[in-house]
Design a protein around this ligand. Sequence first.
Ligand SMILES: Cc1ncc(COP(=O)(O)O)c(C=O)c1O
Length: 400
Amino acid sequence: MPMMKESLSQRLNQDLAKIQPNEIRAFDAKVSTMPDMIKLTLGEPDFDVPEVAKAAAIASITANDSHYAPGNGSVALREAATDFLADRYGLTYDADTEVVITIGATEAIYATLTAVLNPGDKVLIPTPTFPLYDAITLMNGGEPVYLDTSATRFVLTPAQLRAAIAEHGDAIKAIVLNYPSNPTGVTYSAAELKALATVLAETDIIVIADEIYSELVYETTHVSIATYLPGQTLLLNGVSKSHAMTGYRIGFIAGPAGLMRTVGMTHQLVVTSPSNPAMAAATVALGTQAGHEATLAMKAQYAARRDFVVEQMRTAGFEVETPGGAFYVFAKIPATHNQDDREFALALAENAHVAVIPGSAFGQGGAGYLRLSYATSLATLTEAMQRIKTYMQTAMTVGE
Ligand SMILES: Cc1ncc(COP(=O)(O)O)c(C=O)c1O
């Protein structure tokens, strides 16, 4: 094994040193070594990939679909993506110039932030937040500006946005909006989006809208902020959550051609294009009735699980807003118990053998909360809820 020449450690990209290790993965790894653990930790759908999508991947391999695809992705998938956005959300994009197919939403976040940021630029990030946005901002020499939404039921308000713009001005290059949200499951209404859009329209802030959970919205209809700000929004989506295809690694970005030219550059410089069998599968997932029906069937099950978990967690003493989408419940630890969510989550794992993610892993406003992923079977959730309820009755309360 080669030992690195010691003096080289200071010669690496120093922006990367600012990035905290991913606490979600670290916590999951830690609890995974404990025996008899029920894990409600990761945002990983438990369903199988729709049969039509699997068949399309196999057919792609069999047909020797093995050559480089266009850098912005296969024509068929770009067209399926634009048809999907038109059909579901009433958005119009040109498949040639306004869409890029990416390696999951992860690469879409990377490609968009890298395309817009110069060192010193600020990015508004409502918190609690999925941790990738600030990591990639830091990696690009940018500066995350956190907007804690915990006082307003995890919804960014126009007043908060205005205050941030007044404070940071032209240094703000972009804002990230993620809804339905990981970790809170909270989504935005059309009126809330319109109000934010009114503020943003007066600025040159680029909106990076991570709408990867858009197909998992339960009572309401998902509205994209691109509806109100088409000229300054980069819309991110993909098949990871909607079609349980996390391992296929297909996402996409849609936006005005003037922005997408640069986004396409950052994408092509890193990945060239995603793999053909995965794109063939995603084309069918997004572009067929069978693909849509598969999503609807999963969504019905997620909704039933959500109702069950919310009700059970409330019975156990937690304060829980009913989440409007995604597959997470963000539960507030009762005041009677240890409010240090990291300690609480560890004690829950060690004593009740249920693993959840401490809310602090998602930044400001997450302290005192736990994130539970309900992307697991109702039978597993039933056992997990029983364990949590028993634990809450027996665990030491504050002052004891
Ligand atoms: C909000 C959010 N964005 C992006 C991603 C990454 O999605 P993908 O697996 O398509 O890269 C996730 C995954 O958990 C997520 O929760």
